[in-house]
Design a protein around this ligand. Structure first.
Ligand SMILES: [Zn+2]
Length: 551
């Protein structure tokens, strides 16, 4: 494995301990957020260690997920109530500086981590905390205090990952690519292969994602890819520069380089996420170039081998690319302004993704053991995603009926609950599906109690007997067959109890899971199969396409 723990330098620990002892104002002295500057790679690493030892002590871990071509460590700071361990929570990552000459994300992510820890971490510490108490928060930028509550909620409810740089060598050289000149946002496996310079596609069929082929990737890509496979991210923001817009999949499209809308199956959920960001930004949503401040990647300009499409297909992560500034590598004196402009969107997107989700557990009906090798499929999405080792899953969803409407209609219906269906298969179990009524803000909780197939046959495609099999009767009522065609032609049976059930309960009784106290997410498991209408909106044509190399 590439990941390994990095211990904070002793000096940083001492400095932070002294700072904490010295009082409130000193906390920021060790990691001066008000003195905006671009930190060197060495200073960035030290800053993460200082956060880990100071404001984030007790609720963080720092890992090196790999090294760059020139041997710089790629560090990720995790902040959560049980850092370094799989948890029954959604997870969200903030990823920066994949393009070396787009460094703003480095500093935004660092500042974000500090704010989350200062505001949120103390409440997450069971023993009352070893870090800085809430009352000692030093406001670095006016208005930061407005986000303390949101930050606190995020720190409690999610696993948060902060990766300020995915391309330290490029940063040091003020270059887009890595030390070998390779554009890392073209280096990921791509579902369509790629398109050559003359516009001819190397693959015209959708192959979904080819193998990782780590040996053919740049070390930075291989590190990020391998790490991502281990953390089961619910959502992510990746920070770039060269425009002001929130860009969502697909980035790639089949066949040609022509810019046109390439709609992914989760278009509504992505639009909602991107819009949450743009609307919370003072100017992004007013963009003259991008309607609402958001854009489908391929409609802007298609690209192949990017991270966000891979994330979506392979790990089920809703990853949105945020272009933070028209000018690349702006002066450091602009960083304070950029932080003030983007912090609202950052919190809005992270909250939207981790809260407005279908979430729950997949477990054995009789033993209650998690089924980690289950495959979950959202209705209408042809590729499955997996729960984590605890059987927990979280998947942001949105109503297509709402998202595709104009602003007024969308606002009117924004709070209206909608139906979403989720299907589960697991080897040795009867396939299952449930339809939930989803609260747009709070999402919905689902528990799949999977029933073993008698005689050890495998569930899922081709297994588990016919839909009329009496084996499919489960506790809580008679099973009903769900339209198999909607879930890729497989047979699914609704094994949901026909009653209101309690929100997801902790898998391990000895360890409290904060998601159990989210509350308010009342949900109903509907007996009937989904009735979600599929509206296949026409592929929108490229509008006002501008080619930049910022993404
Ligand atoms: Zn970029």
């Amino acid at each position: 494995m590439l990941a390994r723990r990095v211990s904070a330098p002793a000096l940083a620990r001492v400095a932070l301990a002294l700072a904490a002892l010295a009082g409130a104002a000193r906390a920021d002295a060790a990691l001066p957020p008000s003195a905006w500057r671009y930190r060197s790679n060495a200073d960035l690493a030290s800053a993460l260690d200082a956060l880990h030892a100071g404001p984030c002590a007790g609720v963080s871990s720092v890992t090196s997920i790999g090294t760059s071509v020139q041997g710089e460590e790629l560090r990720v700071l995790e902040v959560s109530t049980d850092p370094g361990r799989t948890q029954a929570k959604p997870s969200f990552a903030f990823l920066g500086n994949m393009h070396g000459d787009e460094p703003v994300g480095r500093e935004l992510i660092l500042r974000l981590a500090e704010l989350v820890c200062l505001a949120g971490a103390p409440g997450a510490r069971a023993d009352g905390g070893v870090g800085v108490a809430p009352a000692t928060i030093t406001v670095a930028e006016p208005g930061d205090e407005r986000f303390f509550e949101t930050a606190r909620h995020l720190a409690l409810r999610a696993r948060l990952f902060f990766a300020p740089t995915l391309n330290p060598d490029g940063f040091a050289a003020r270059a887009r690519g890595n030390a070998r000149g390779v554009d890392l946002n073209r280096d990921w496996p791509d579902q369509y292969g790629s398109v050559s310079d003359d516009g001819s596609a190397t693959s015209t069929t959708n192959t979904r994602m080819p193998a990782d082929a780590l040996e053919t990737r740049q070390p930075e890509t291989a590190a990020a890819l391998s790490w991502s496979r281990t953390v089961n991210l619910t959502g992510a923001l990746s920070f770039h520069e060269g425009a002001v817009v929130a860009n969502y999949p697909w980035d790639a499209k089949r066949g040609s380089r022509r810019a046109e809308y390439a709609r992914c199956p989760d278009d509504a959920a992505f639009r909602r996420l991107a819009r949450a960001y743009a609307d919370a930004h003072p100017t992004m949503h007013l963009s003259k170039e991008f309607e609402g401040g958001i854009t489908n990647g391929a409609k802007w300009y298609p690209l192949w081998g990017g991270m966000q499409d891979w994330h979506y297909v392979v790990t089920g992560t809703l990853d949105v690319t945020i272009e933070v500034n028209d000018e690349k590598f702006p002066r450091a004196t602009e960083l304070g302004r950029l932080w003030r402009e983007h912090r609202g969107g950052i919190f809005a997107a992270a909250t939207t993704a981790t809260r407005g989700a279908l979430r729950g557990f997949v477990r054995d009906a009789s033993t209650r053991e998690p089924i980690a090798n289950a495959a979950l499929t959202v209705e209408g999405v042809e590729f499955p995603f997996a729960p984590n080792a605890l059987g927990f899953f979280a998947r942001p969803v949105a109503s297509g009926d709402v998202e595709r409407k104009n602003d007024a209609t969308r606002e009117k219906n924004a709070e209206k609950p909608f139906a979403a269906s989720l299907a589960v298969t697991a080897p040795g179990y009867v396939a299952a599906a449930q339809t939930a009524t989803v609260d747009p803000v709070d999402g919905a909780d689902l528990v799949f109690e999977m029933v073993r197939v008698e005689g050890g046959a495998r569930g899922g495609a081709g297994g588990g007997g016919s839909p009329s099999s009496p084996n499919r009767e489960t506790r809580g009522g008679s099973a009903s067959v769900v339209d198999a065609a909607r879930f890729g032609g497989r047979d699914f049976v609704d094994v949901a109890p026909r009653r209101r059930i309690e929100p997801a309960t902790p898998v391990s009784p000895g360890r409290p899971h904060p998601e159990a106290v989210w509350g308010g997410a009342a949900f109903v498991i509907l007996a009937a199969a989904a009735t979600i209408r599929k509206r296949r909106a026409r592929t929108a044509r490229g509008r006002g396409v501008s080619r930049v190399e910022g993404v």
